[in-house]
Design a protein around this ligand. Sequence first.
Ligand code: FAD
Ligand code: MLT
Ligand code: ZN
Length: 471
Amino acid sequence: MTDDLRAILGPKGFTDDPVDMAPWLTDWRGRRTGRARALVSPASTQEAAAVARWAVANRVPIVPQGGNTSMVAGATPSADGDALILSTRRMARIRSISAEDDLLVAEAGVTLQTVHDAAEAAGRRFPLSLAAKGSATVGGLVSTNAGGTQVLRFGPMRALLLGIEAVLPDGSLFEGLSGLRKDNRGYDLRQLFAGAEGTLGIVTAAALRLVPAVAQRVVAWVGLPDAGSALTLLRRLEAATGDAVESFELVPANALALVLAHIPGTRAPLAGEHAWHVLVEATAVSAEPPLGSRIEAALADAAADGVVADAIVAASGAQADALWKLRESISEAERADGVAAKHDVSVPVAAMPGFIASARAATEARFPGTRVIAFGHLGDGNVHFNVRAPAASDGAAWLVGQGDEVSAFVHDLVGAAGGSISAEHGIGQLKLAEFARTAGSARLAAVRAIKAALDPLGIMNPGKLVPPPQA
Ligand code: FAD
Ligand code: MLT
Ligand code: ZN
């Protein structure tokens, strides 16, 4: 049946060889492995539309896949082997870039690193970054409404999205790449596709907002006694520098210890031991007034008041990058260290320090032997609250046996704090049951209605984001 797909896409765009498909059948965390009828890699929007029309005619599900860095197994097919994986990696052109309009149009398979490089070459910047920037693609970033380390100042992907081109599940093409800053013609499909996780159609290109290049960049690593002091420091730095702070990443001692243990070439950034650390980045698009002296003064005042225990300000770009490497290696280090029930949660920013302390105590008491690592985007109220399996346990067996109970426990604490069980990674398949359990009937009914309206045959990424109707 797939021979006509092979004819449409040619040998570069089609394989059903299990060996060729294997690298794309397991999610980044290794939590799910699926099977696929074939892996198709259209080279153009037109080819992607042809695949969609074929899939509709043959009632074959499509799993869109970009960099396969999803943290919720959103790009991993189910085990039934029925679906096509549609990879966007051959749709990797920067279609246009305009410094005057602060606009970049990229095809879905372009990586985030490539977007950064193209913006920089045009004297601009794309202000969204995350540790997977070398693999994560524009289509995936849009479809997960990715967050990352600059949300504090620039918002998540949907705040930087000025237009999309998408193949709808019937094979028709939505052309919305205008890049208009204002366009109030009814429902905003661009925003509907942001965070849709491939369940409404295939994003084939996106128009992205650029910002002026940076004239000043200050990166500091700070040691603090507790997470509450970190939030106090954030507010002091904002008072001292206006809106210059764009990243404010919380790193507990146990996360830093994992990085130093598992990531070659890393070393402790400060002399002493500190229970909590923060990586701060502030930027300015003008050379004056100087940013560094204001940050150093605010750090000195905070040290005098006992808010800060120690701090260094990077003296070079290389040193700044080395500090960022410590932060951005945490996921890799955690994966190397073993198994954890991982949570990507948000609560109101002011409540985060108290939430971390109380939720950590409650979780470690309720599940003896577990250890909580809570790190990440404190500035926008999002931490990765990861519960590591008891050291003496068989991690994989513990995760199978206890993981769901641990996650329900953590998510109920998040709910009680008025938070979200998914701050930036989306729902995928790993959070599907918890989304169904916690979302509320009105939200679930609306999500299912939107899905049914745009994908009535349910061929787009089945088993992700949209819980099946109650049995
Ligand atoms: P994939 O993993 O390929 O797919 C993700 C989802 O989007 C799937 O549901 C897929 O079906 C869908 N999709 C992909 N392409 C398309 C398309 N063209 N059309 C329609 N649907 C599509 N995420 C954050 O938000 N913040 C972080 O700080 C962060 N840090 C990370 C660090 C590491 C080390 C790793 C491995 C991941 C991290 N992530 C983070 C998660 C991940 O990188 C993001 O979710 C990213 O947006 C996924 O992009 P991708 O191209 O890999 O998408
Ligand atoms: C991060 O902030 O590093 C990512 O979201 C990845 C993770 O949660 O492990
Ligand atoms: Zn994150």
